[in-house]
Design a protein around this ligand. Sequence first.
Ligand code: AMP
Length: 369
Amino acid sequence: MIKLHDKYFKPFISAQQIDQALGQMASEIARDVGDEIPVFVGILNGSFMVVSDFVKKYPKQCEVTFIKLASYEGVKSTEDIERLIGLTQDLTGRTVIILEDIIDSGNTLAEVHRIFKNEKVKTLKIATLFYKPEAYKKDFKLHYIGIEIPNKFIVGFGLDYDGLGRHLPEVYQIKETQHMTNLVLFGPPGAGKGTQAEFLKEKYNLVHISTGDVFRYNIKNETALGMLAKSYMDKGALVPDQVTIDMLNAEVEKNADANGFIFDGFPRTNAQAKALDELMDSKDSQINAMIALEVDDEILVERLLKRGKTSGRPDDADASIIRNRITEYYNKTAILKDYYTAQDKYYGVDGVGSIEDITGRLSAIIDAL
Ligand code: AMP
């Protein structure tokens, strides 16, 4: 990730992908112009890198010139009037190919057509490395397109954000979600994750997603997902990864505007942890911390049997199922401790004490993140 002025940008298109796209464009254009010697016209400032790399790949003879987009007669940026200047060469009868770094709204292209209207060129063609189809509002034909991109702000490879970033050899996309706090609340069954999550979600304005609760909700409503999950849950076994991951993705999507999430009961396997990293990445975000409540096995069994008397949860009613869940937790999920430790994100917290004391311990960690 990089920072330019006040904004963050993440890698988007590699130097290699750009190189490949330019190579492809160069061979297509060379094929189409036949024996003509074309004049490539770059639009400054943005296109300097595109033109430079493109002509090095162009396999035949060519001429190169530039025109510059400038604010019109001191009007500057207060009004959106820009003019192309610097077309001094006689292009009568020539095959002219405009080389653009990016075409979005198409305003510059309208200006290109305006200034070329009176030049008696043989052909005028437009080639652009990047093209934003969702932003393009004009009818002018684009003859050669390197890479189509979504309507997001990009920098690098000649493109700038308020003057910075042009020098970058690859392209970066603006990070839209600038601040999210995402926590994984971890701990064996009965450690008090649900109770603590209730406090933390209020205090930090986060969305709490408990995979166990979502499964139970689905079971209660007899959905297909619920029926599938039930067979595993009743035994204290884990629901298969893909089922759980798909369900979690859907829950996160439902809360697209959240300030952040508390994940409770997820991830429980390495595959789930990786899927969660990918999901956060797709939201331009990340997991900030895994906070684990540490509680002795015997205290856990005691707590869960007590909860089973009132919760009605079948997996809380029987000591051997409870022990199975605890064993399952340590066997399959303690490896997650290593996963988050490797990323320097693991925080162990003593989960024995009053609810308020434990909330205080958790808050101290979150406040310091
Ligand atoms: P919990 O309420 O977190 O103790 O979860 C209850 C049960 O739901 C577990 O024993 C599993 O059968 C199932 N479950 C909850 N979360 C997951 C997960 N991340 N992966 C697989 N199964 C899960």
